[in-house]
Ligand binder design. Structure first.
Ligand SMILES: NC(=O)c1ccc[n+]([C@@H]2O[C@H](COP(=O)([O-])OP(=O)(O)OC[C@H]3O[C@@H](n4cnc5c(N)ncnc54)[C@H](O)[C@@H]3O)[C@@H](O)[C@H]2O)c1
Length: 384
């Protein structure tokens, strides 16, 4: 941190979906425009970004639009410059490991998107290298900061569920193949040779959601599939979709809870939100989405009786009650950035580090292996 209490941040990949919208605009520029982050002793620390990317014109355009003074196409130059304290990575997954290794060698603190690497060995190596170098490191855990999941966490902490028996995660929506209606996601997501696939994309999220809310993931059984084998890219060219675009998985958790997650880019939504988690416990149940969370307590549980001869007129949806909003939730990426900046500035806690990132990559790797073998696999505990 420089003398005038400004944290300089190298932002690599700001032309991408996540880099631009969530990390630059919604997080770092929002923090800059509010005058920085406040530390526990009341001091404020400001942020100063430098944009890094491969295309000068894109960087200049973003910098001009947002009043950012610094940008460069030369990552090594930025890494060698002591004005920049943090290296932040929002690149395509395939490009991440070599870039982070350069940042570790340069002694920068590092904050990165997930997955931290395309395979567990690389992810663990990053955690070990960062530890050896003594640098601070953090990995995006954005789903934990969603209002719906924060309400769910409060219910868990309050003991609302009694013993938690099962968790059912339903995630997905229809991603257009790209012929006609353009696809909503970058085409590299559908090519395994480019680091794509729904398992590598989503299982790291499921790992941190499960281990922080319900218990460590101890085993996985998954079936993966490429439902749609041909898609059309950003230029309208047809390409072979080589990566899994749906995964159907069962996770065994420490303590005995069973978690079952469907992840698919090939489903049409018939839910309230694109991600929903149903949690059933002995004392009550909840269904949490990105924003909402509804509950049904044991004392208000109806008594359904199976009878295929009589149409069931009971309104099951009416038996659930929305958990009220009791506090304002800011953008989750921004909140996690603020926590990471406090970690840099005053050593505030940061449990979401490269080792946590590596556990997420391990779950993805074991999920793919389980699908290939048709077997349930145990997950070892991960230590650096
Ligand atoms: N946390 C979340 O919810 C979430 C959501 C989507 C994506 N992601 C992750 O964020 C990362 C970026 O995804 P995205 O959807 O923004 O992708 P994107 O394709 O929109 O952006 C990728 C960025 O990487 C750059 N890039 C591409 N190839 C490169 C290369 N070979 N070398 C250097 N730079 C390169 C691009 O110019 C662009 O700036 C991925 O790792 C993805 O898994 C996270």
């Amino acid at each position: 941190m420089s003398a005038e209490s400004t944290i300089g941040i190298i932002m690599n990949g700001v032309s991408g979906r996540m880099g631009y919208r969530q990390h630059l605009v919604r997080s770092i520029l929002a923090i800059r425009d509010q005058g920085g982050v406040t530390l526990s002793d009341g001091r404020r620390v400001q942020v100063r970004p430098i944009l890094v990317g491969r295309h000068e014109d894109k960087l200049r355009d973003i910098a001009d639009r947002h009043g950012i003074e610094d940008w460069t196409t030369n990552l090594d130059e930025a890494l060698a410059d002591p004005r920049w304290d943090v290296y932040a990575d929002f690149l395509v997954t395939e490009a991440r490991v070599p870039a982070i290794k350069r940042a570790i060698a340069a002694g920068k603190a590092i904050y990165t998107e997930k997955p931290t690497a395309g395979n567990f060995q690389d992810a663990l190596e990053l955690a070990r290298l960062a530890k050896e170098a003594g640098i601070k490191n953090g990995v995006v855990h954005d789903k934990l900061y969603l209002p719906g999941l924060r309400k769910l966490k409060r219910l868990i902490d309050d003991g609302f569920f009694g013993q938690i028996l099962s968790v059912r995660g339903e995630f997905g929506y229809w991603v257009f193949p790209g012929d006609g209606v353009p696809a909503q996601r970058p085409s590299w997501n559908y090519r395994s040779e480019d680091g794509g696939g729904i398992v590598l994309d989503m299982f790291p999220h499921w790992n941190y959601v499960l281990e922080n809310l319900f218990g460590r993931v101890e085993s996985v059984y998954a079936q993966t599939v490429t439902h749609i084998p041909t898609r059309w890219d950003e230029k309208g060219q047809a390409y072979a979709a080589t990566a899994d675009d749906a995964a159907y998985a069962i996770f065994g958790l420490a303590g005995g809870t069973i978690a079952e997650f469907n992840s698919s880019w090939d489903v049409r939504v018939n839910r309230d939100e694109l991600l929903e988690l149903q949690v059933d416990g002995t004392e009550g149940s909840a269904v949490a989405g990105l924003f909402g969370c509804k509950v049904q307590h044991r004392s208000a549980t109806p008594r359904p009786t199976w009878n295929p001869d009589i149409p069931d007129g009971h309104d099951y949806a009416a038996d659930w009650h929305e958990v009220p909003l009791t506090q304002e939730f800011e953008n989750g990426f921004k909140v996690q950035w603020e926590e990471f900046l406090r970690h840099i500035a005053e050593d505030a806690p940061n449990p979401y580090d490269f080792l946590a990132g590596a556990r997420g990559v391990l779950l993805a790797e074991k999920g793919l292996e389980s699908a290939a073998k048709g077997a349930r696999l145990d997950l070892p505990e991960v230590t650096a």
